[in-house]
Ligand binder design. Structure first.
Ligand code: URA
Ligand code: URA
Length: 349
């Protein structure tokens, strides 16, 4: 490469980095000397982004976003204090289902669509033209299909569902783990494009997600949305967003292994339906769970892995970024890596 090409490449790279910083309010500490950055600003940041003030101390990045002006410069203000949720009332008493009751077969009822997958007495339930005979699992209660990998029939019915709606139907009014009686308001199934190329997987719903029934709508969710929209230049509706568990763990504690075991088949079924090109695992919990790893997130992040045969990039959780804004740079690097991967997929098509 000639020196000129080298320079053009550096300028291009800096332009992308700066634009990302401007759009997300995420600060970037350029390795380049201030003088070069000043040149880049003049030459390359045009269009709808402001030319940014640069002083001797390095690039002072301001945002063109009026909402972040109202909030003040995001990186100069201390991050919002992390507020743990107030303690909740103790778990309600455990409900036992009598095995005979759990084993009983229920007739399909229109308001309980998941019961379509449970055989009626002598009948043969059908999933989209294919015959399927599945008995209700003992103890699964309320006519829920046993979708745990220990029941191959139920599990494979879930994995061969036709469309996300059918996965949602089979999930039903889920009581497959104890989270259903740990204060859950709404099941948070997932949201977004059923054909998304990019899927995000978080840990589990928080308080606001539990209320709204949608993942990542609280403070961390707003940061995630900014990263998607202003950082990656995508619409939130273009990607798909889900969590490891679909019900809120009390006091935002980590999901427990039995809860993950009950819920993960549904995440797998979602991934199977969507067939994303890339999955981004958000935070330590999601990354460690999906990758069956105990490595710290600081070592997992930024390195490509796979889950269910799909490329997976672990990165820090947006809630962690709110508390540790200095860690935004690695996230931005991970996001760039994902964008490059998606672009390469497009080019190869
Ligand atoms: N944190 C998560 O991991 N998931 C959500 O949906 C919201 C916050
Ligand atoms: N700790 C977490 O739980 N998640 C992160 O993303 C980073 C640190």
């Amino acid at each position: 490469m000639s020196a000129q090409e080298d320079l053009a490449e550096i300028i291009q790279q800096l332009r992308i980095e700066l634009e990302w910083a401007v759009r997300t309010g995420i600060d970037v500490h350029f390795p380049a000397p201030t003088l070069e950055v000043t040149e880049v600003l003049r030459l390359d940041v045009g269009g709808d982004t402001e030319v940014l003030p640069v002083d001797a101390g390095g690039p002072a990045i301001s945002s063109t976003d009026p909402s972040s002006e109202a909030e003040g410069k995001p990186d100069d203000t201390p991050p919002p204090a992390f507020k743990p949720d107030p303690p909740e009332s103790p778990e309600p008493e455990r409900v036992h289902f009598a095995p005979e009751r759990a084993r009983q077969r229920t007739e399909f009822q229109a308001d309980r669509p998941w019961e379509r997958y449970i055989p009626e007495e002598g009948g043969e339930p059908v999933v989209e033209g294919r015959e399927l005979v599945v008995e209700r699992a003992e103890g699964s209660g309320r006519g829920l299909l046993d979708t745990s990998p220990n029941d191959p029939r139920g599990y494979s019915a879930l994995q061969s569902a036709r469309g996300l709606e059918q996965v949602r139907e089979i999930l039903g009014d889920c009581e497959r783990c104890k989270l259903h009686r740990a204060g859950r308001t709404k099941i948070v199934f997932g949201v977004g494009n059923p054909h998304a190329e990019l899927m995000f997987v978080g840990e589990g719903p928080g308080r606001q997600e539990d209320r709204m029934g949608e993942p990542f709508v609280g403070d961390a969710g707003q940061l995630l949305t900014r990263i998607i929209e202003r950082g990656m230049g995508l619409e939130r509706a273009q990607v798909y967003i889900a969590n490891i568990v679909k019900c809120r763990p009390p006091n935002n504690r980590d999901p427990m292994p039995d809860e993950v075991e009950a819920c993960e088949p549904f995440l797998k079924a979602q991934i199977h339906q969507i067939q994303p090109k890339v999955i981004i695992a958000l935070g330590k919990y999601a990354a460690q769970t999906l990758l069956r790893s105990r490595m710290p997130i600081s070592r997992l992040r930024g390195k490509w892995a796979t889950y269910e045969g799909i490329d997976l990039m672990p990165t820090f959780h947006p809630a962690y970024l709110l508390r540790n804004p200095q860690e935004k740079r690695p996230v931005w690097e991970d996001v760039q890596s994902v964008m490059k991967c998606l672009k390469d997929f497009k080019r190869r098509r």
